[in-house]
Design a protein around this ligand. Sequence first.
Ligand SMILES: NC(=O)C1=CN([C@@H]2O[C@H](COP(=O)(O)OP(=O)(O)OC[C@H]3O[C@@H](n4cnc5c(N)ncnc54)[C@H](OP(=O)(O)O)[C@@H]3O)[C@@H](O)[C@H]2O)C=CC1
Ligand SMILES: O=C1O[C@H](COP(=O)(O)O)[C@@H](O)[C@H](O)[C@H]1O
Length: 601
Amino acid sequence: MAAFSSMHCPPSYSSSINGGRNQSFIFSASPRVSVPAKAKVFVQSTGNSHQNVVLMQDVATKVSPVAKETPMEKSKGDLLSVTSSKEWDEKAGFDINENESTVSITVVGASGDLAKKKIFPALFALYYEGCLPEHFTIYGYARSKMTDAELRNMVSKTLTCRIDKRENCGEKMDEFLKRCFYHSGQYDSGENFAQLDKKLKEHEGGRVSNRLFYLSIPPNIFIDAVKCASTAASSGIGWTRVIVEKPFGRDSESSAALTKALKQYLNEDQIFRIDHYLGKELVENLSVLRFSNLIFEPLWSRQFIRSVQLIFSEDFGTEGRGGYFDHYGIIRDIMQNHLLQILALFAMETPVSLDAEDIRNEKVNLCELSTEVKVLRSMRPLRLEDVVIGQYKSHTKGGVTYPAYTDDNTVPKDSLTPTFAAAALFIDNARWDGVPFLMKAGKALHNKRAEIRVQFRHVPGNLYNRKFGTDLDQATNELVIRVQPDEAIYLKINNKVPGLGMRLDRSNLNLHYADRYSKEIPDAYERLLLDAIEGERRLFIRSDELDAAWSLFTPVLAELEEKKIIPEYYPYGSRGPVGAHYLAARYNVRWGDLGVEQSAA
Ligand SMILES: NC(=O)C1=CN([C@@H]2O[C@H](COP(=O)(O)OP(=O)(O)OC[C@H]3O[C@@H](n4cnc5c(N)ncnc54)[C@H](OP(=O)(O)O)[C@@H]3O)[C@@H](O)[C@H]2O)C=CC1
Ligand SMILES: O=C1O[C@H](COP(=O)(O)O)[C@@H](O)[C@H](O)[C@H]1O
């Protein structure tokens, strides 16, 4: 019997790198069950009838006793070939019934900013779209005293319905809120977590309990909370997973210490390190764009690409988060994670195929490095001369005075923490040798934007060079992937202006999402929460990836701090320090976001 057929959340990774989002999760409470064509399943028994370990392609999954019997023991060591989930269920003898399992999601730090702004709204959106399993409960956990009604009231203020389906919105919100509860407790109290466990059990009503803890708390209390959650409130017979928010340390050493501490209480496959940029629609689309269109992949190398630019800007400062930010700075806050993850996805080698078996071979044969990690390992650690840092200063415009970074009471007046950085990174492999990957990230700039700009080389011997005057840069193609806002992918091309003369013009071939797709784009947190519930780890950061990412940035971060490098001050609302231009110029490129941008809409 194929389970959870009542759920109508569409499988969205059916052609993902690991060959389908559900394959690691066939036996658990996934609302979407599918088996990749001709899946091979290797079966082992742990001797515990409730916990057979099933290695399915490259994934090991603990099987909880959702199976009515344990027929897998009969076929221990066998390879089963199946072509559909129905056939799988029949061969494996599993009879998975949604009524028999439940998912409890505990938002630890529920009173905080991220929980209110992102996590509860994302959970509601999943519920609204029918993506949560039938039996689920949401618990808020924090020290603040709150009743269930008060939590519901707080959460209700941030919920919204999808634009295209407002029907029954209020009703759905009420139903959702009825499934939300609150427990007040300390983050380091096993006793308080044990009380939570008791309450969760009441809601789970004897079903197989799968538990997800979302750590939406400051990093200094991660370990206490993980320890208490795992020892006093983890699931006895289902899975227990923990989503960990960034920052994952401040440098290689602290990150390794954090991973080591987490691993005292959790296995790596229980830890879901979230980088919400990986859940953004256009970031996820990168692989599709590149590997499913003939026209891009052949151009994806040093031969045709002159520079790649990863740009993040926000038009507001660190107001309200200065205390956190001052300890980290923009390089750790945005570059080392969000922009570097995009870079790795952008630059990785082509996987042998989308078949999970090939991915597994690749991992095993190549020292278990994923294609993304291989990119990171081919990169040169960032050098001080390839970094420009800035900090915003107060600026008055139109009668309004915008604060300096150091005007924040939680920031020391003499802070040198960068709120802006530009950097040039290089990948020393055959594909990307010599191509500058320029990153730029800043707060309190003139706009809010995240984009990838791929600047192509000049056309050799271009017949139309004269038409572009002396500025050949005007004539090069540029592919822009605008991650946000107003998602778009557009390609700048040269075109003849219609008419009897011969005038050339730069125009955009434009895929503007709002025009092309009527459906609202889900928030990154929705996708990632759903993945964590489904046990799909592809968009979460593994510890080896994290180590590789930190090793690129740790030396320069240490040098900036040791040498007390003074940031270049830029006015709030400006385009940032001019040093960023010199950095790009050193590599003979220009920032693509500074030209006169033709509307991509
Ligand atoms: N906010 C954002 O936009 C983003 C946040 N993050 C990360 O997500 C996590 C949560 O962020 P955010 O919600 O902004 O954090 P908050 O500062 O709002 O903290 C969340 C909750 O943790 C408790 N808390 C705060 N400080 C302490 C402390 N010193 N000791 C014990 N408990 C404390 C508070 O709950 P109570 O007092 O009720 O216990 C608070 O409501 C952090 O790791 C952050 O780095 C990541 C990306 C973006
Ligand atoms: O992780 C973080 O991301 C946000 C920006 O996220 P976005 O989805 O709104 O682009 C950033 O403001 C914050 O400083 C950082 O910690």
